[in-house]
Design a protein around this ligand. Structure first.
Ligand code: UDP
Length: 325
């Protein structure tokens, strides 16, 4: 059985759906502080916080957990600046509690959701896994600190682990059962689609004076189903005996904010009103992955492009089954 922390969140819920489609036994652990009960569908759910050691002990005692896929975390950069204690408590201390419980219950396999935010301002692009890690936000610091902690548990206690550094997760389940739903929403694609659907007046474009061809920031938007596939492959590799792996997960293609707006206009056939505003502090001009290692070691091949991400997110936006409207 696989324990999926944060399985009610955006990426975690898509992972649960995929593993269940493959008839894998999964158990979701989520405190539902940010996740959505509906996103779990009918998978088994334990509602508890990672820092609740007693709940973890009960869960590891009651279920034959072989591996943990750990998504649970707070993920807002701006909020992490205003409330760092909350981020360290939830992301770092929560993972420490989880790792100690895993160690004490003899669970030795972990797949961890990390982030390209651990790199900070890129010194070169595309970014490979050897790029220096100098995070520039408390959020990025929590992911970086957690990576180091996991490595130390690997060295000291024999934990086998994969650290998956996501670029920009995008898109939704092809059948529209689940999708991205953050409250408040801060991510580019859902915000554009909320403008297209008339739920929001306009999109603010954060900065048009970056050193990029159209002046807007470039990101690597990776479809959530491709991200999920990488977790399954990383887990298989660890279950096969691998000690560790660190992988960037991106398409290796960069798209500017203007490119994404154009794609959304084309796919939705709707007007998208934009407002050019100042840069958002801390946004690097260009973040694009080199995913060569995930390709060679995991055999990972992203199947979806930006158009697939926008069109599946649009289907979700139009038929959303949970969350306030
Ligand atoms: N962005 C924007 N307007 C918004 C939200 C985002 O122009 O309302 C830009 C942001 O500056 C970045 C890109 O869109 O260059 C992706 O931002 P998002 O917050 O989705 O992801 P991030 O790259 O920060 O993880």
């Amino acid at each position: 059985m696989i324990l999926v922390t944060g399985g009610a969140g955006y990426i975690g819920s898509h992972y649960v759906l995929e593993e269940r489609a493959r008839h894998r036994d999964v158990l979701v652990l989520d405190d539902l502080s940010r996740g959505h009960r509906e996103a779990v569908l009918d998978a088994p759910l334990v509602t508890a916080n990672l820092n609740d050691r007693r709940a973890l002990d009960e869960l590891f005692t009651a279920h034959p957990i072989e591996a943990v896929v750990h998504f649970a975390a707070f993920t807002y950069v701006g909020e992490s600046v205003a409330q760092p204690a909350r981020y360290y408590r939830n992301n770092v201390a929560g993972t420490l509690t989880l790792l100690e419980a895993m160690r004490d219950h003899g669970v030795r396999v972990l797949v961890f959701s990390s982030s390209c935010a651990t790199y900070g301002q890129p010194e070169y692009v595309p970014l490979d896994e050897r790029h220096a890690q100098r995070p520039i936000s408390p959020y990025g610091e929590t992911k970086f600190a957690t990576e180091r902690m996991i490595e130390a548990f690997g060295n000291a206690y024999g934990l086998r682990y994969a650290l998956l550094r996501y670029f920009n997760a995008a898109g939704a389940d092809a059948e529209g059962r689940i999708g991205e739903l953050h409250e408040p929403e801060t991510h580019l694609i859902p915000l554009i689609l909320q403008v297209a659907s008339g739920r929001r007046e306009s999109l603010q474009v954060f900065g048009t004076d970056y050193p990029t061809p159209d002046g807007t920031c470039i990101r690597d938007y990776i479809h959530v189903e491709d991200l999920v596939a990488a977790h399954s492959l990383a887990l298989e590799r660890l279950m096969g005996g691998a000690a560790q792996g660190i992988y960037n997960l991106g398409t290796e293609n960069g798209h500017s904010v203007c490119d994404v707006i154009d794609a959304a206009r084309r796919i939705t056939g709707r007007r998208v009103r934009v407002e050019e505003t100042a840069r958002r502090p801390g946004d690097p001009a260009r973040l694009v992955a080199s995913a060569a290692l995930a390709r060679s070691e995991l055999g990972w091949r992203p199947k979806h492009d930006l158009g697939d991400s926008v069109s599946s997110a649009w289907r979700w936006e139009q038929g959303r089954r949970y969350g306030a409207r």
